[in-house]
Design a protein around this ligand. Structure first.
Ligand code: HEC
Length: 178
């Protein structure tokens, strides 16, 4: 059932132009494909795939590869196209290899989300700030290495001033969701 749901989502994301690249963007060349990210790349957060507290997707259509890493007990590098969100207004996307050696190819996004969709307020590798004026990369770099910049609760990052309950509320209140 879950498989069907995600196949449908992958088709939907493809149709919205979320995975833009070569014709064979799910084929063997996927790792070399440029990861194009625009406002259409960020759907309703709960339509992504839940993993513990956060949600994942893959803009190149390789959701299974992203889920494999997200679910692995040990940290590993996320595949290109991986989209991670904890709250509707922040996202990190693993860009193509070589995009940003400084952030191991992660690009950070600060979003505004409304019923009509997401607007990109700021994006980049370093210097992007969240609603608490915290620098995404400066915080997430504490989890660089084994955990590939993914903080969760115990990968060395400074905690966010949000309880799990508050995170769940913010996720459920995403204005983009039907
Ligand atoms: C003060 C440090 C800090 C700042 C600044 C920060 N984050 Fe995080 N981020 C965290 C922590 C800690 C978690 C894990 C929270 C949890 O699971 O309860 C997290 C979780 C996430 C997640 C889910 C995956 C993960 O790493 O656990 C994403 C995606 C994310 N943040 C993106 C961003 C973006 C984009 C920005 C900037 C717009 C940002 N963060 C700014 C600390 C920070």
């Amino acid at each position: 059932m879950i498989g069907t749901r995600w196949t449908a989502l992958a088709a939907l994301l493809g149709a919205c132009g979320m995975s833009v690249g070569t014709d064979a963007d799910t084929g063997p060349g996927v790792r070399d494909t440029v990861v194009t990210v625009d406002e259409g790349s960020f759907p309703c957060i709960t339509e992504l795939s839940p993993v513990r507290r956060f949600y994942v997707g893959n803009l190149l259509g390789d959701l299974e590869a992203t889920l494999d890493v997200a679910r692995a007990p040990q940290g590993r590098a996320y595949p290109p196209g991986s989209l991670l969100q904890l709250v509707p207004f922040e996202a990190m996307v693993k860009r193509e290899a070589g995009f940003s050696p400084e952030t191991d190819d992660w690009e950070f996004f600060f979003l505004a989300a409304g019923p009509e969709g997401a607007r990109i307020e700021d994006r980049g590798t370093t210097g992007v700030r969240n609603a608490f004026n915290g620098d995404c990369a400066a915080c997430h770099t504490a989890a660089a290495g084994d955990w590939d910049w993914v903080c969760e609760q115990d990968h060395g990052c400074v905690d966010l001033p949000l309880t799990e309950e508050a995170i769940r509320e913010v996720q459920a209140a995403d204005p983009r969701c039907p």
